[in-house]
Design a protein. Structure first.
Length: 219
């Protein structure tokens, strides 16, 4: 420890002055994580460092793994009915973000990620039909205007006034600036996504037509 890093000694009876100088010293020398350098090997587990990405990392099984801080989570929803102007046509759903959403921006139907990472994405919708014939529904994600292979969720309703909640959870690997959209289509305009007002049955609150929650799980 250099002379400038040592705590200031008390001087005479001037304890107030000493306390102020000691407080200043503690602020200047408070414990901080060392930065992870390019030649830092994760030989031992449990070594905590600070990465240039702006996150702490910890060594485990021969590598440094990011510790996710409180950020990168969002809840998006639609509180009114979603109808479809044409059958067999893909439509992007336009969501409203909750007030405590962090780590995302929006441009119309596009949800834009602020940071790289792996994200847990959970989708749900209440499908509804006004036809006695079968109505087929399809939902899938679109990332940067590209449909994701093997990602479509399908379901059907077979009677007038039928409703059903459909949902799916997946993990997406994205880069900062990537744009996510939730796509939907029906084979009949009798199909819609239904929002329901609060009910007198057990004081049940209102039902949203569709929700989308996103959580950043790690880098």
């Amino acid at each position: 420890m250099s002379v400038s890093e040592r705590p200031p000694p008390p001087s005479g009876d001037k304890w107030k002055s000493y306390a102020e100088r000691l407080s200043d010293y503690l602020v200047r020398t408070r414990s901080k994580l060392a930065f992870l350098s390019t030649n830092e090997a994760a030989v031992d587990d449990g070594v905590l460092l600070w990465d240039t990405t702006g996150y702490p990392v910890v060594s485990k099984d021969g590598e440094y793994r990011q510790i996710v801080l409180s950020a990168g989570h969002g809840l998006f929803y639609i509180t009114s009915d979603v109808t479809f102007a044409a059958a067999n046509t893909a439509y992007a759903l336009t969501y409203t973000a909750s007030s405590d959403t962090h780590g995302f921006t929006q441009n119309g139907s596009k949800i834009i990620f602020d940071e790289d990472g792996h994200y847990l994405v959970s989708f749900s919708a209440q499908i509804y039909s006004t036809s006695s014939s079968t109505v087929n529904f399809a939902f899938w994600p679109r990332l940067n205007n590209v449909y994701l292979s093997g990602s479509t969720m399908r379901n059907a309703l077979h009677q007038n006034g039928a409703a059903l909640v459909v949902s799916r959870t997946t993990i997406l690997t994205v880069s900062a600036g990537d744009e996510l959209e939730a796509m939907a289509a029906v084979d009949s305009t009798s199909g819609s996504l239904k929002a329901v007002a609060s009910s007198s049955v057990a004081d049940a609150p209102a039902t949203r037509a569709t929700t989308l929650s996103i959580i950043r799980v790690h880098q």
